[in-house]
Design a protein around this ligand. Structure first.
Ligand code: KG4
Ligand code: ZN
Length: 338
């Protein structure tokens, strides 16, 4: 018998709904919230209101695009956290209401598990899936961590950032250059025309398998401050070189630690996940390092890197198989532990 899961993601500023049948993707709708652009970052209260306005049409369209009706859904999975509390509350409340109305199981999903398990979403493109166990570098706007994935529900963090996340480093430096929010994709695009060795920024490498990005951010800021004193048009003239050098530094930090972790654990199956996994520099460097060191690398399809509900639906699917359900007392948690 086939299992149809509706997934809901509302942890930050994207309202998303997706439907999967036995792990196969039937639809994945994402409504981006434009309202934050003029503020240079996500405004939590505006995000919650936009989720409220978007959630019903997004779910409705996802179910229709899957060629189904609400009665066909076997269970609903939603992001319980981590994320913005008000945003999570909209998805949680909707999911509870839907589960109650349809009399189907309700499934809590940790957003970060979703990012990792996005590798198991089956699509017509038939991307190869990582073999368990594997090492996953999870890099997003709020998190940077390396996770040893032993099973769908057995994951262990083996290294994480002690300050900023990699996505935050991209976004904050982009903001300094006036590139808008989120800055990561803009930096990626501009970096293609720049010289990655034009500038040298601090490359903090804390001991062990942890990451640090705040020193890089400060060094980027100081370079700009000093150069602007000499040439007020510095940012405009050197934007591409700044982006290329910044991106190369972030990617080197990530690849150094990933390589150290792979060696230490003796793992050769390596995956990327999270919004920053969309970065072309990181994708290329991981592939290159994999070829050098004999890794099998798993680079996610672009549509599954940034926040989406398909990843919540697939994580929900594995919990469904374990009958790992919750009930109406479930509460969203902004700082849900991994
Ligand atoms: O996973 P995600 O969509 O949301 C969180 O869970 O945080 O990640 C968003 C982050 C943002 O910091 C954004 O700038 C970054 O991913 N990002 C990128 C790229 N696309 C998205 N960073 C660098 N290069 C990209 N192409
Ligand atoms: Zn995310």
């Amino acid at each position: 018998m086939s299992v149809i899961i509706l997934g809901i993601e509302s942890s930050c500023d994207d309202t998303s709904a997706a439907v999967i049948r036995d792990g196969n993707l039937l639809s994945n709708l994402i409504s981006n919230q434009k309202v934050h652009e003029e503020y240079g970052g996500v405004v939590p209260e505006l995000a919650s209101r936009a989720h409220q306005a978007n959630i019903i049409p997004v779910v409705d369209t996802a179910i229709k695009q899957a060629g189904l009706s609400p009665n066909d859904i076997d269970a609903i999975a939603f992001t319980q956290g981590p994320g913005l509390l008000g945003s999570l509350l909209v998805g949680t409340s909707f999911a509870k209401g839907f589960a109650l109305a349809q009399n189907i199981p309700l499934i809590e999903v940790n957003h970060l598990h979703g990012h990792i398990l996005s590798h198991f979403i089956k699509t017509p493109e038939n991307q190869p899936q990582p073999k368990l166990p594997f090492l996953c570098l999870l890099v997003s706007g709020g998190h940077t961590q390396m996770v040893m994935v032993r099973d769908y529900d057995k994951m262990e963090i083996i290294g994480k950032t002690i300050d900023d996340a990699a996505g935050e480093a991209f976004d904050k430096c982009a903001k300094v250059m006036g590139l808008g929010y989120p800055g990561g994709p803009v930096v990626d695009k501009l970096a293609k025309e720049g010289n990655p060795n034009a500038f040298k920024f601090a490359k903090p490498l804390p001991k062990g398998l942890d990451f640090s990005f705040s020193g890089l951010k400060t060094s980027f800021l100081y370079t700009i401050r000093d150069e602007i004193k000499k040439n007020p048009d510095f940012i405009n003239e050197r934007k591409a070189d700044l982006c290329a050098s910044l991106q190369q530094t972030i990617v080197q930090i990530l690849i150094d630690k990933l390589t150290a972790a792979a060696k230490k654990l003796g793992v050769k199956d390596i995956a990327l996940a999270g919004g920053v996994a969309a970065n072309s520099g990181l994708r290329d460097a991981t592939t290159e390092q994999g070829l050098k060191l004999g890794w099998s690398t798993y680079i996610p399809d672009f549509k599954f890197t940034t926040d989406n509900a398909a990843m919540i639906a697939i994580a929900g699917y594995y919990k469904y198989l374990q009958k790992d359900f919750t009930d109406h007392t479930s509460m969203p948690q902004a700082r849900l532990p991994f």
